[in-house]
Each structure stands twice: as C-alpha cells, then as structure tokens.
Design a protein around this ligand. Sequence first.
Ligand code: NDP
Length: 479
Amino acid sequence: ATARIGVTGLAVMGRNLARNLARNGYPVAVHNRSVERMKSLVAEHGDEGTFVPAETLAEFVDALERPRVAIVMVKAGGPTDAVIDELAELLEPGDIVVDCGNAHFADTRRREAALKEKGLHFVGTGVSGGEEGALLGPSIMPGGSKESYARLGPVFESIAAKVDGQTCCVHVGPDGAGHFVKMVHNGIEYADMQLIAEAYDLLRAGLGATPAEIAEIFRGWNEGDLESFLIEITADVLAHTDHRTGKPFVDVVQDQAEQKGTGRWTVQSALDLGVPITGIAEATFARSLSGHADQRAAAAEAFGGEAGAGWVKDSDRDAFIEDVRKALYASKVVAYAQGFDHIRAGSQEYGWDIDLGSTATIWRGGCIIRARFLDRIRESYDANPDLPSLLVAPYFAEAVASGVDSWRRVVVDAVREGVPSPAFSSSLAYYDGLRRNRLPAALIQGLRDNFGAHTYRRVDAEGSFHTLWATPDKAEQAE
Ligand code: NDP
C-alpha cells in the first residue's frame, strides 16, 4: 500500500481531482474502467506528483493505505451503484467510500445505510466548480459521519478553493447532507443565471443596446455588490464575437436552455418539504419553456413575436440601468433567501443539523455561484443563527428596501412592454407576499371549508372551526 487516497473514474472530473490531490502532495491511486484513460493520465501528468496506477479495482484497493479512502467519480446513477457494489466487496470495515459525483441525496442516504451494514463509511460529497475547479480548487460539500470526516477532512480542506485563507470545504452533516446542499447550490445557480438573463434582455430591449455595450454595463456591475463569477463571465460571453459570422456570439446561439436535472431535483424536493423556492422554480420552468420550440413558433405566429424596443429615453438611460441593477440584486437576495430556507427545512426533516453560515463559507470560492455577497450571508447567520429569513437580516433588508422602487419600475416596464421576466416578477411577488399583513389565503381557507369541510382557524379564538354552509346563520361549530 503506497497511496494515501484513490480516485476511480478518470473522465474530466476524476482526472482533474486526482491531479489536484497529487499536486498537493498526496500519493494517489488511479483507476478507470477502460484502462487507456488511466494510462493517459499517468503519461501526460505523471510528473505533477505521485500516481499509483491500477488496472483493476482489486489492484486499486490493494494500493491504498488503511483505513482506505476510495473516491468514486463515475457517471451518476446506475454506474455509481455498480462501482460502489464492486468496491464494497473488496474493502474492509473502517474503510471510506467517497462519492464525488452528482448523486441525488436520497440515493446517497440509501447507499450510506447499505454500506454502514458492512462497517464501511460512505461519504456523499458535492463538488462544484466544473473541470477547472476540480483541478485548481473546487468548492467541496462532504456529508457522511464525523468519524470519516476526521480522516478525509484535512485532505479535502487542503485541495479545496481558498478565500481569505479560509478553505471552501466544511463538513456539511451526516449521510445525504452534502449532496443536498450541492443540489440547492445548483438550484440557486439556475436562479442566478435566469436573473442575469432577464437583466440582459431588459437592457437590450429597453435601451436598444448591443451585446458589447451590455457587456460593459455588466463589467461595471462587477465592481460593486453584484461582484461574482457569473456576472464576470456574463460580460465575457456578451462581449464575444462569433468568428464564423462576425456577429455577437449570443445572437448565433440557439435560444433553448438545456438542463441536466439538478434544478428539477431542487424544485421537487422543495415541493416535498413545502418551501416556496419560487425563483429557482421559475428559472427551471423558464428553461423548459425555452425548449418548447414548436409551441413557441405557434404562439409567435398567433400573437406576434416582438416585444417593446428602445422605450427608454436617452435622458433616462442611466436611471434605467441602475433600476435593473437594483432589481437584479434584490431578486438575487430573494433566490438565496429561498435556497437557505430550503437547506434549513431539509436539515430539520432529515436531522442533519446544518450550519447555514458555514454553508455560505463553502460557496465563497471554487464554485459557480461564488460571489462577494456570500460573506454578508455568513455574517448574517453568524449574528443570528435563527434568522427567520435572510431577507430580514439587517444588511439584506436595507439592500432590498432601498431597491424596491427600482424593482417595481423594472417589473412594470417588463409587463407593459411584453418582455418576459418570470424570475424578477415572481421574486417581487414573493417579497410582497412575505411582508403583507393579511393575505387572501383567508379566502382560500373559506373556500376549502365550504366545498370540503376542511375547517379553518380564527383570528380571535383557538381551535378548528367549520361553518354549516347550508345554514350559515347558525355560525360555526368547533371541532
Ligand atoms: P461522466 O459523468 O461523463 O462519466 C464518465 C466516467 O464514468 C468514466 O470514467 C467512465 O469510465 C465511468 N463509467 C461510466 N459507466 C461506468 C460503469 N458502469 N462502471 C465503471 N465506470 C463507469 O464523467 P465526468 O467526469 O463529467 O463526471 C463524473 C461525475 O462528476 C458525474 O457524477 C458528474 O455528474 C459529476 N460532476 C460533474 C461535473 C462536471 O462539470 N462535469 C461537475 C460536478 C460533478 P470509462 O472511461 O470506462 O467509460
């Protein structure tokens, strides 16, 4: 046994993770189902550290120091189960299997329970940052037992991204907690990207600006509160010219957004837990809508495909840009507030005891949603771990309150001009719904009692009531 840790599954992610481990001084055993991938990794990058090549899984297991740590980085779903089963046959009690793929947290819970029976630790770990992150420092969200983290944590903490000297890896909680948090991270990423896309659409339509001009606006925004990886690359993508045609790149790309499914998982889980993550849901549905090409063509034919153009007067240009910036920021705060509510609900439901502030710390670097304002999220939860909503933390409450007039103007413009803004407008509706003294939910309760005797609670008395609707003057009957 000569390797401190091993990686099986050496496609883009596994390969880069193995290189990252080797570059940080960990001798790493490397294995892949098709041997060529393993050989090419060692041939091309063997000088970056100590790789222990293994042609079979048995050789791979034999190469590992005890207790063994085997990272699985293969295709999610069936392939992951197959590799875990094969590994479990070869490992011994106390060994640790780490799944760094994009697993659903329910699968992770199932796998953890199954391996525990054999005395093995199973650590479902969320990894974000794509290929480049895996190589240079990803954001790492490990679940699993405390015992396994004691062995694994120092390794992961040393290869993860660092921000202000702090590592972007924290033990999230037991069993599926890491993959759950990774799932919500991806959901927030969906919302963040949809909001950016809506901001771009409004700027382009309202100002009649070119993508290159809008790129400059985003570059400016990246100097302030919105500073983040996604805003930075938005400027790069908008400024990019297609080499084939000389047109703006964004104009030659088909306008149908794809998805691998983690946004859908997030929304499904939020429905199960009863958490209104409207921003993430709208973002997921907006991608679906964009993909329905036939329906879109029919509707464009029936109703006309144009939206308002150039409605912003030159004298109002700067004010409009600032309004869109504030609307984007406020909507983004809503998306994160909803995402953190979702994590809190998952943590309560599954008994994970997740620390929300340190979750924000993990995302400060390495991952796709890395952003300056995650510091503010951490500070908010550090100051008050029982915060009812991130929206009411003093810093965010001030940001939203000072942006609300801009937010309303932007949504009014979008609605009037026919520019779809599902994430902007639903985030504003969420804010208004949350802050409103009385909601029409009272009427819904009345209707439910009328047609289905579902009962209701009163504002002025304890208990459940049902009105005898055939003879309403007979008033209510306590249950
Ligand atoms: P892929 O998801 O494309 O998976 C390819 C790897 O899985 C290859 O090593 C392949 O081996 C192996 N594999 C497939 N089926 C089997 C099987 N039945 N038995 C054994 N091995 C099998 O690779 P990626 O590197 O893109 O991703 C790896 C994991 O990381 C996935 O779970 C993915 O969701 C996750 N992830 C990916 C990110 C990304 O940006 N790509 C970001 C974060 C997580 P072979 O070479 O023999 O075909």
